[in-house]
Design a protein around this ligand. Structure first.
Ligand SMILES: [Zn+2]
Length: 323
């Protein structure tokens, strides 16, 4: 029930009802709505700023959890980086050195990505720094793993080559010589059996009866099996690749033909005394890149250190060669 207001009219000497105009009512209503709207807005504004809704609280907890997870991830990345660093270290200092490959420099292993800013889309948020830094670390880790894996592929190839080299180069004695008594004369200055003059003896002589088996000392291909070189008589040359050739001279008979592939230990011929030879023996030479080198260093495949020393002693005696 609305209040009715009166006023005193001195002209008619009576109380008269105050009539409110319709327009005034409308203005009051509008003002009321505006005022409550403003109040409501202020309330929401203040509450929104200084009070948290349950949803906000949940979101905040979620964000804290995400930050924590990022920290844990970064710790795991620390570990991954340390492991990879260790592998890279071994790679550079052991594997690559062993196989005579140049180490991969650190700058190359740990290089980031230059050029375009690939993290642009991650910028402009409260946690941008954390997210960008983590992304960078993962990118570098990934790149490091690719480099490491390529390096190991290269090492694997080098190891295969090394294996080939190890089976190819001469590494055993060319005749069976278990008690090491067959070494007659080594590489170096020796007396010539015919002229008695001191001259260079370019190989090693193994005394053995005519017909004693002669073995290939490494894998390779027979390049010659003939008596066309003066002095050597019937002889065999095996090309082992990697610049190595072995020569077996004064043979009695061949067991291989030119261009035949042989393996280390294959029977290739028999001891004789053909060519410039004083008595049945095997004259054995090793060439590296066309130059004759001391065969004494090429028996590691079959001798113990003690046996090697004994052989070295006998090979060093300044005696007369059998040529
Ligand atoms: Zn000789």
């Amino acid at each position: 029930m609305s209040k009715v207001k009166y006023y005193y009219d001195p002209e008619s000497l009576s109380y008269r009802k105050i009539e409110r105009k319709k327009r005034t009512t409308f203005t009051y209503a509008l003002m009321f709505i505006l005022a409550s709207g403003l109040f409501g807005f202020l309330f929401v504004f203040i509450a929104g700023h200084y009070l948290e809704s349950p949803k906000e609280k949940a979101l905040k907890r979620e964000l804290q959890n995400v930050q924590l997870q990022f920290e844990l991830l970064n710790k795991k990345m620390d570990e991954a980086e340390a492991v990879l660093e260790n592998v890279a270290d071994r790679d550079n200092n052991i594997y690559r050195v062993f196989f005579e490959a140049n180490p991969i420099p650190d700058e190359q292993r740990k290089a980031g990505f230059g050029g375009v800013n690939r993290y642009k889309s991650l910028e402009g948020f409260d946690n941008s720094k954390l997210i960008i830094e983590s992304n960078k670390r993962i990118d570098i880790l990934q790149k490091q793993i690719v480099i490491q894996s390529k390096s190991l592929d290269e090492i694997a190839n080098l190891a295969k080559e090394k294996e080939k080299l190890l089976v190819a180069i001469p590494a055993i004695q060319p005749v069976s010589n278990e008690d090491l008594t067959r070494m007659a004369s080594g590489y170096g200055m020796r007396s010539d059996p015919f002229t008695k003059a001191r001259k260079m003896h370019w190989g090693m002589d193994f005394t053995a009866p005519r017909g004693t088996p002669v073995y290939a000392t490494g894998d390779g291909v027979v390049k010659r099996a003939d008596s066309g070189s003066s002095g050597y008589g019937r002889h065999i040359r095996i090309d082992h690749g990697f610049g190595y050739t072995s020569l077996y001279a004064h043979l009695y008979k061949y067991n291989v033909r030119k261009n035949q592939k042989v393996k280390r230990g294959d029977l290739i011929g028999f001891v004789g005394s053909t060519g410039r030879s004083e008595a049945p023996h095997l004259h054995y030479e090793i060439f590296k890149d066309g130059t004759r080198i001391n065969p004494i260093n090429f028996y590691y495949g079959s001798l113990t250190a003690e046996e090697f020393n004994k052989l070295l002693e006998r090979a060093s005696l300044e005696n007369q060669s059998l040529d």
